[in-house]
Design a protein around this ligand. Structure first.
Ligand code: SAM
Length: 252
C-alpha cells in the first residue's frame, strides 16, 4: 500500500508541448527586465497568487539574492507566486526543485522561468522517502544553496521536513521557514474560520533558532501568522540526535 502511494506521488511534470496563450508571451516580454522585488511581488500576485506579506517577502528576497544561490528548493508552492519570485529574482539559479501535494500553474511557471533554469517539480508529500530520493537523483551530487519550507504546517511535519532536507543543503546554505509568527489559534486556542493557518511553525522556530545563525523577516509580531525565519547551515553541523529528540519531545 505504501509503495503504491509513493508511486502515485512522485510524478515529475514535464514541460507541456502545447502552445502557450499569447497573454503569457505578452506578460513575459513585459516583465523580462524586472528585477526589483516589490515589482516582482506585484506581478506574482497578478499572474499566480501569493500567500506572503509584502513587507516580509520583499526584503527576504533581497537578502537571499545577496547570497547568489544557484541550486534552490521549495516545499509548498500553492499557486506558484512565490516560486515565480524566486525564479525571476535569483538570476544565478540554474536548478530549481519544487514540491507540493497538489500542483497548480506549473506550465505557466515553467514558461516564465529564466532560460538557463532547469526545473523539476515533484508531486507528493515532501516527507516521503520516495520524494526525497527523487530530489537527490535530480540534484546529482549537488546540494541546495537555499531551501524554502512552506508545506506541512504541523509542528511534527515541519520538523520532519527539516530533518529530511537538512542534509541536502550545503554548509553555508540558507533554510527558511514560513509562518514563524504565532497565529490566532496559537494565541487563543481557537482556529478562526477562513483564516490561513500557521500551525506549529512558530513553536519549532522558537526551538531551533538559538542553535543557528539566523534572521527574521516579520512585519508585525501581532499580525497572527506569516513571518519568515531563515537559518544559515553551519559547516560540520549535522542535526544531532539529542537536539532532534528534544525538539520532537517538545511537540508532543
Ligand atoms: C501555505 S501554502 C504555500 C504558499 C506558498 N509558499 C506561497 O507563498 O504562496 C502550503 C502548501 O503546502 C502544500 N503542502 C502541505 N503539506 C505538504 C506536504 N507534506 N508535502 C508537500 N506539500 C505540502 C499544500 O498543498 C500547499 O500548497
Amino acid at each position: 500500500m505504501l509503495k503504491w502511494f509513493q508511486r502515485q506521488h512522485q510524478t515529475i511534470v514535464q514541460s507541456s508541448v502545447f502552445p502557450k496563450p499569447s497573454a503569457w508571451h505578452d506578460a513575459k516580454k513585459e516583465f523580462s527586465d524586472v528585477i526589483d522585488s516589490a515589482q516582482l511581488y506585484a506581478i506574482a500576485g497578478k499572474e499566480f497568487g501569493i500567500l506572503q506579506v509584502e513587507n516580509e517577502i520583499v526584503p527576504f528576497l533581497d537578502y537571499v539574492a545577496e547570497h547568489t544561490p544557484v541550486v534552490i528548493g521549495e516545499i509548498g508552492l500553492k499557486h506558484g507566486g512565490n516560486s515565480f519570485m524566486f525564479l525571476r529574482k535569483l538570476q544565478d539559479v540554474t536548478l530549481y526543485l519544487g514540491m507540493d501535494l497538489v500542483l497548480e500553474n506549473i506550465s505557466k511557471l515553467k514558461f516564465y522561468r529564466r532560460d538557463q533554469q532547469q526545473m523539476y517539480i515533484l508531486e507528493g508529500n515532501s516527507q516521503l522517502p520516495a520524494i526525497v530520493n527523487k530530489a537527490r537523483q535530480h540534484l546529482a551530487g549537488r546540494q541546495f544553496d537555499f531551501l524554502f519550507i512552506d508545506g506541512d504546517h504541523e509542528y511534527a511535519g515541519v520538523l520532519e521536513d527539516l530533518i529530511q532536507w537538512y542534509p541536502l543543503v550545503k554548509p553555508g546554505g540558507l533554510i527558511a521557514l514560513h509562518d514563524i509568527v504565532p497565529d490566532e489559534e496559537a494565541k487563543t486556542g481557537v482556529r478562526p474560520a477562513g483564516r490561513l493557518w500557521g500551525g506549529g511553525v512558530y513553536k519549532l522556530w522558537a526551538n531551533i533558532k538559538p542553535h543557528f545563525e539566523h534572521k527574521e523577516f516579520v512585519n508585525d509580531w501581532d499580525q497572527g501568522g506569516f513571518g519568515i525565519g531563515v537559518i544559515t547551515k553551519p559547516d560540520d553541523h549535522p542535526l544531532s540526535e539529542e537536539l532532534v529528540a528534544q525538539w520532537k519531545a517538545d511537540g508532543e
